[in-house]
Design a binder for this molecule. Sequence first.
Ligand SMILES: Cc1cc2nc3c(=O)[nH]c(=O)nc-3n(C[C@H](O)[C@H](O)[C@H](O)COP(=O)(O)O)c2cc1C
Length: 222
Amino acid sequence: MATLLRIDASARHTRSLTRMMSDHFLHTWHRTTSDLKVIERDVGLYPPTPISESWIDAAFTPIDRRTNEQRAQLETSDRLIDELDRSDVILMATPMYNYGLPASLKAWVDQIVRVGKTFTFDLSRGDRPLEPIFSGKTLAILTATGEFGFGAGGINADADHLVPHIRTISKYLGAESLHHIGIEYQEFADHRFEKSKADALTSVELLAQKLAELSMTHQTVS
Ligand SMILES: Cc1cc2nc3c(=O)[nH]c(=O)nc-3n(C[C@H](O)[C@H](O)[C@H](O)COP(=O)(O)O)c2cc1C
């Protein structure tokens, strides 16, 4: 049975486009097969704590030398990493806030990307000493933006610090297969927004169905 980690990052509980997309994704998956375990991690409503100096000290202290306080410092991180470790598919639904990640999602990333847990660090590898530990996962990124044209060649292409950031981080999540679907124009509330929303929901449905079918044959799709 496949395990899916659902991450919602919108600070809005109601009227959230990204939550609507992740609901739609799961609804479609369940219609295709009931064979799915879902782990829910709502960072929008329950943001992880930002990391601190003592967190960094604890993370860089060898495991056998950690004090009880240091172990306690890393409990949230351990739990979040365990959820990631157990997942085959990561469903990440996130708004664009100020052209980048919501702070709550960035806090989740900072809790997850940790030496010895999600990456190894070895200077003998030369100029690229970091290597991810997890592999073989599928990441589906669902976004919503008020403005538009964040894709290649669009009028705001150079202002997108959301999806490129997630793409960069994705290797430390173990994601080898990436998909992105976005709703644009939310702030314009016109026919372009309605079309973008309808197109995105269709794409979400097709993707969820495809991934659900592949999960039954234990394959990943790129
Ligand atoms: C605090 C805040 C910052 C935002 N910053 C941007 C932005 O930089 N660019 C943009 O296109 N939209 C921006 N928006 C619009 C949101 O991306 C848009 O409303 C989106 O639908 C929010 O996702 P949600 O519907 O799931 O809550 C911002 C909205 C909020 C509330």
